[in-house]
Design a protein around this ligand. Structure first.
Ligand code: UDP
Ligand code: MG
Length: 313
């Protein structure tokens, strides 16, 4: 088989209900392109029948389908990373397995790549997710835009295309916890964005609970910005300056008015507030240190149990 032009990368975690329809629509869309392609599925430790279904896809189209079986659940971004390390195409497209990203949109991304862009992000004008997810995303997108240098409209949309050189930079970076669209953006010389459709999830559940979303976004903020730390330094400086002024003021009062002991509750409120800020600051420092700890242990980012693919020719 000719060397693929396009590699489509799909992370899969308990998606047995979605896979058959995904496979039909995806292969139809890719066959229509008329260019050599490969599809890399990463099975991210699914506990349902996803693994068996993916294996069957490989047997149906051994030249087009490769399956990477991870040894556990390492998360969406690491699942994509495992596939990124093995792509053969010149252009790489990522996509969710739950059909929320229509495979029919892939040609739109490819057109932008062929127009000379190296990173093409999809953004969802009509995002079909619960209100809670949409409003949380809006908040986080805004925060990320403020504290990092990453400029993208919709960081959560995984329907994206990359030139191979960008993917090679991503895999070389070797980070344990990362956010792939942001990492790609930081290597991009000429990024572009195109509007893509978004469908509601019809079967299966979203794999991201509140806690996962918080963790993922901490990865994003700490991985791409030190502004959270700088804000604490600045806040500490402001409080110190105000405290000095306050001490001088109290000292003068002591001389003029004499000893006083009023306003104890005001004092408590101020103290509680400052203690809260200090605890939060410790937490933020902890987030960075925890990630440093993860990196220095040098454990493998993910474990591959098996790769199901046709031998290279
Ligand atoms: N996914 C994964 N590992 C995980 C969680 C999710 O490979 O630990 C995959 C999942 O199968 C899907 C994609 O990542 O293909 C996006 O997940 P999901 O649809 O649950 O996220 P949402 O659309 O709710 O953000
Ligand atoms: Mg989804």
């Amino acid at each position: 088989m000719a060397k693929p032009y396009l590699s489509v990368v799909i992370p899969v975690y308990n998606e047995q209900e979605n896979l058959p329809a995904l496979f039909l629509r995806l292969t139809a869309a890719l066959d229509k392109l008329g260019k050599p392609f490969e599809i890399l599925f990463t099975n991210d430790g699914s506990r349902d029948r996803s693994g068996a279904i993916l294996k069957e896809f490989h047997h149906r189209r051994p030249r087009h389908v490769r399956v990477i079986e991870l040894g556990g659940n390492f998360g969406q971004h690491m699942a994509i990373m495992a596939a990124f390390e093995r792509v053969r195409g010149d252009v790489v497209v990522t996509l969710d397995a739950d059909l929320q990203n229509p495979p029919e949109e892939i040609p739109k991304l490819l057109a932008a790549i062929e127009a000379g862009h190296d990173v093409v992000g999809g953004y969802r004008e009509n995002r079909r997710d619960p209100l809670f997810r949409r409003s949380a995303s809006r908040l986080i997108n805004g925060l990320r835009a403020r504290i990092t240098r990453i400029r993208m409209r919709d960081q959560g949309c995984m329907l994206r295309a990359y030139r191979r050189s960008i993917v090679d930079h991503i895999t070389a970076s070797g980070e344990t916890s990362t956010f792939i669209p942001a990492l790609a953006y930081s290597f991009a010389a000429n990024p572009a964005e195109v509007e893509v459709e978004h469908a509601p999830r019809t079967v299966g559940r979203s794999k991201y609970g509140l806690y996962d979303l918080i963790r993922l976004n901490f990865d994003l903020m700490t991985g791409f910005s030190v502004v959270p730390l700088q804000i604490f330094t600045l806040f500490g400086m402001v409080v110190s300056i105000l405290s000095i002024l306050f001490v001088v003021y109290l000292f003068i009062r002591r001389l003029v008015i004499g000893p006083e002991a009023e306003g104890i509750f005001t004092l408590f409120t101020i103290l509680y507030f400052l203690v809260g800020v200090v605890i939060m600051g410790l937490g933020i420092i902890g987030e960075y240190i925890g990630r440093i700890f993860q990196e220095v242990r040098h454990r493998p980012r993910f474990v591959i149990r098996e790769i199901i693919e046709a031998p290279d020719e």
